[in-house]
Design a protein around this ligand. Structure first.
Ligand code: TPP
Ligand code: MG
Length: 321
């Protein structure tokens, strides 16, 4: 196969890891095992998967409150993620952070955040560091449509543009900020077109098509590494679970709309394409699904059986040693 062929089975596997881990998390939330909020990424898996497939551990990702998919696609294991949400010492942040504070700098996962917007500035800052260090790494921000009317978006994109920083700005436009429709909240509801305001390419892609995301990210990374500066990519998508586990869902959107988007499931669509175009067999995909299922079962048991953090270490990591 030529080198430019997308890693089809790896993309499929990553999406399965995200989906199956989060379905397990949703069940765990109902059992009261999760401490703190749990915003799932179900329906949006193609975005983290398509972008992170290009990233090495030395490339860095800054994420949001909806960050499980970014962490998993960047290389955090389901076991370390689930244990973190359960508050256990074996979690990726030693059980201190929970869903919105997932840190794993060893794999370039620089953090999820409960504050909407700053990941954009952090990815610009990382790009600036990489430029000063003359490394060929890239800084990536994932953020929702709710972040683009925040001042951080304007400041981060403008600075990245004037200094031609190796940064990628990935907007996951799932059309709502909690319950507020983006069409209502935005004077210009096309995020991609805002790239022009900052002198950078603004690309709109189908965020439920992993190959479209993969190709757009590839071009953006080539551009960043060539010293040509940042790219804004708007991925159109939809979350098919409530904003946060345990919240009601049909006061602001209809069941019909959610069902219509479930039918556009990025994982099922990709599987159908792979089989139809003889890029993979049904058996190969089923084998991956079963392997991932076994891994998630094991991760769940690991997390449930993991110890709580030792109270005597409560102040560890609070001050520099
Ligand atoms: C600066 C800031 N303002 C408000 C909030 C409250 N808040 C939490 S999630 C959310 C919606 C974010 O929507 P979006 O960015 O589209 O992400 P999505 O939840 O759709 O993935 C808001 C307003 C916050 N966390 N941070
Ligand atoms: Mg949104």
């Amino acid at each position: 196969m030529p080198e430019t062929t997308p890693p089809y089975l790896r993309l499929y596997r990553t999406m399965q890891v995200i989906r199956q881990t989060e379905e397990q998390l949703a069940k765990s939330h109902q059992r009261g095992l999760i401490h703190g909020a749990c915003h799932t990424y179900v329906g949006q898996e193609a975005i983290a998967t398509g972008v992170c497939a290009h990233l090495r551990p030395s490339d860095v990702v800054f994420s949001t409150h909806r960050g499980h998919g970014h962490a998993l696609a960047k290389g955090v294991t389901p076991a370390a993620l689930i244990a973190e949400l359960f508050g256990r010492a074996t979690g990726c942040s030693s059980g201190r952070g929970g869903s919105m504070h997932l840190f794993s700098p060893e794999v370039g996962m620089m953090g999820t955040s409960g504050i909407v917007g700053p990941c954009i500035l952090q990815a610009a800052g990382a790009g600036y560091s990489f430029k000063l260090l003359k490394s060929d790494n890239v800084g990536v921000a994932f953020f929702g449509d709710g972040a683009v009317n925040n001042g951080a978006f304007h400041e981060g994109l403008n600075m990245a543009s004037i200094w031609k920083l190796p940064s990628l700005f990935i907007c996951e436009n799932n059309q709502f900020a909690t319950e507020v429709p983006f069409k209502y909240a935005a004077g210009n509801p096309t995020v991609a077109s805002r790239g022009a305001a900052y002198g950078m390419p603004g690309i709109e892609v189908d965020g439920n098509d992993v190959l479209a995301v993969y190709e757009a990210a590839k071009t953006a990374i080539q551009r960043a590494k060539a010293g040509e500066g940042p790219t804004l990519i708007e991925c159109l998508t939809y979350r098919t679970r409530p904003h946060s586990e345990g919240m009601g869902d049909f006061g602001y959107r209809s069941r019909e709309e959610v069902e219509a988007w479930k039918a556009r499931c990025p994982i099922r669509r990709f599987a159908e394409k792979l089989v139809a175009e003889s890029l993979a067999t049904v058996d190969e995909l089923a084998k991956i699904e079963a392997e991932v299922q076994a891994m998630v079962v094991e991760a769940q048991a690991f997390a449930e059986n993991s110890p709580w953090p030792d109270p005597s270490t409560a102040a560890t990591h609070v001050y520099a040693q």
